[in-house]
Design a protein around this ligand. Structure first.
Ligand SMILES: Nc1nc2c(c(=O)[nH]1)N[C@@H](CN(C=O)c1ccc(C(=O)N[C@@H](CCC(=O)O)C(=O)O)cc1)CN2
Length: 286
């Protein structure tokens, strides 16, 4: 008996069709959701992700604009640009692609983006709202994971969710979203002693560490739901996750693959947040 594979790519395609219809309705009112993506430097992975964001925006009808800056851009230049974007009426979403070059302080940049345009959901105000269970822009990868779980009617309330990884982008917020759904949440990280003790107790195991095959079949509780957020490029150029997919599939009840799992949902939830922002800006609620 093998696990059911949750293909984020298929769910993302379904959701984007729905979004396309929503954007058409907005266009009838003269509203075009606008997204600006800022990319600093020439990191190949970041270039590929922003390309994916442009393509998905075109597909749905979101007006997306990419601003590419050299990695010599100073922090002040970037902050000035964000200041201009914050006051541009046609821009509903601002995203600065991470990671940033070392000389730019990530948190200063995140906090410079207006919380009303923070479609990444990284601003402390939006993180705070998420913490208190308010409706806000949720960080895209965690929100995508929650949407995937809900699409399969996977029960979250009362379940033990174990999150391996504590990044601000994925680990911390995904645990918070699961807590908001009444899961019992445990975080594991590089200083956790005897991690296996926790992972083998997880009904829902979320892995976001960026290490190939970090989680093996022996680390998984039989019947667990396994969500793999890792995107690791192997020497042969292929992508692989943080979980030993083949072996884990034999033990889990549901599992996400890499590629075509969580990744495509990240971009889809970004579009969701951008459309939400446009609607909020125009005080619409459909
Ligand atoms: N400002 C942000 N920066 C970063 C974020 C983010 O949410 N906001 N997340 C990641 C990168 N990321 C989006 O930006 C991202 C990662 C992976 C994918 C994806 O679709 N992966 C595919 C494989 C793609 C490939 O072939 O390389 C998959 O898993 O199927 C999309 C977006 C860090 N930075």
């Amino acid at each position: 008996m093998g696990a059911e594979i949750i293909y984020g790519k298929d769910l993302a395609a379904e959701l984007r069709l729905e979004m396309k219809e929503e954007v058409k309705k907005l266009a009838e009112k003269g509203i075009i959701p606008g997204l600006t993506v800022v990319l600093i430097g020439d990191d190949p992975a970041s270039q590929s992700y922003v390309k994916g964001k442009q393509k998905a925006s075109d597909e749905v009808g979101v007006d997306s604009n990419l601003i590419k800056l050299p990695d010599t851009t100073s922090q002040q230049e970037l902050l000035n640009l964000i200041g201009d974007l914050n006051t541009d009426e046609n821009i509903h979403g601002i995203l600065v692609q991470l990671p940033l070059p070392d000389h730019i302080e990530e948190q200063a940049v995140i906090e410079a983006i207006s919380p009303e345009k923070d479609v990444d959901g990284f601003h402390p105000i939006n993180i705070g709202r998420m913490l208190t269970g308010e409706d806000t822009f949720y960080p895209c990868t965690p929100f995508g994971i929650l949407t995937m779980l809900k699409s399969k009617n996977i029960e979250i309330a009362g379940k033990h969710a174990v999150v391996v990884g504590r990044s601000n982008i994925v680990g911390k917020p995904v645990g918070q979203l699961l807590l908001n759904e009444h899961a019992t949440v445990t975080y594991c990280h590089s200083r956790t002693k005897d991690m296996k003790k926790y992972t083998t107790e997880a009904d829902i195991l979320i892995v976001a560490v960026g290490k190939q095959h970090f989680i093996k079949a022996e680390d998984i509780k039989p019947g667990a739901v396994v969500i793999d957020v890792g995107v690791n490029r192997m020497e042969n150029g292929k992508l692989t996750g943080d979980v030993d997919f083949e072996a884990a599939s034999e033990k889990a009840s549901y599992i996400t693959p890499v590629p075509r799992g969580v990744g495509p949902m990240t971009i889809t939830m970004l579009l969701h947040n951008t459309i939400k922002s446009a609607k909020q800006h125009h005080q619409l609620s459909f």
